[in-house]
Design a protein around this ligand. Structure first.
Ligand code: GSH
Length: 205
């Protein structure tokens, strides 16, 4: 049995979304980050980083949302969430690494300096730089997508989850520097039934 550790309004939605896309059966264990449950000894034994998401599959523990999505895609290969063809696979990983290292980083910087860090460590002036960096990454994403329906080839992959999640994160943070084409792409991917199901699962647990 798979167990996903997550918290609503966090990156664990990515993992729940991939599980729903895969048609997987899974338990959902809520870690209330606001109550500090990420720092409990019990949870630190699962993920020493104290962060969500984390996925347990028998004796395997996977952390890092990009790695978890890839694991789910390969665990349920019939759903095509991770391409097999080397050329498409290269594009898939290109997008995954780009999202984690470029597109979401400015958003995470903004979140940390707005509320996630202890007040004494927040530097509000950093936000303008982060917004600029996000705009730059969004421009690259727009050029790479070039109006395509999906990021890595002709069909939906887990890379689309990472991209759309980050773009919607930007929107909810009030960082609106994505192009209209990128916004339309994000809305279309976000509207998938599996995303709604994942959202409901996280909130119901
Ligand atoms: N690189 C990690 C980041 C995970 C992460 O930072 N998760 C946040 C919630 S979105 C968290 O658990 N924060 C709690 C903390 O920083 O202690 C991933 O992509 O999974």
């Amino acid at each position: 049995m798979l167990t996903l550790y997550g918290c609503p309004n966090s990156r664990s939605l990515r993992a729940a979304w991939a599980l729903e896309e895969a048609g997987a059966h899974y338990d959902y264990a809520r870690i209330d980050l606001k109550k500090g449950e990420g720092r409990s000894a019990q949870y630190l034994a699962v993920n020493p980083g104290g962060k969500v998401p984390a996925l347990i599959d028998g004796s395997i523990v996977v952390t890092e949302s990009g790695a978890i999505l890839t694991y789910i895609g390969e665990r349920f290969p019939q759903r095509g969430l991770v391409p097999v063809d080397p050329a498409r696979r290269a594009k898939y990983f290109e997008w995954c690494f780009f999202v984690i290292s470029e597109l979401e980083q400015p958003l995470w910087t903004i979140a940390k300096h707005r509320f996630a860090l202890p007040p004494d460590w927040r530097v509000p002036q950093i936000e303008a730089t982060a917004v600029r960096e996000f705009a730059r990454a969004a421009k690259v994403a727009d050029a790479r997508l070039a109006g395509s329906e999906f990021a890595a080839g002709e069909s939906f992959t887990a890379a689309d989850i990472l991209i759309a999640h980050s773009l919607m994160w930007a929107r909810s943070a009030g960082v609106t520097h994505a192009s209209p084409a990128l916004e339309t792409y994000a809305e279309r991917i976000w509207a998938r039934p599996a995303r709604t199901a994942a959202d409901e699962r996280e909130r119901a647990t």
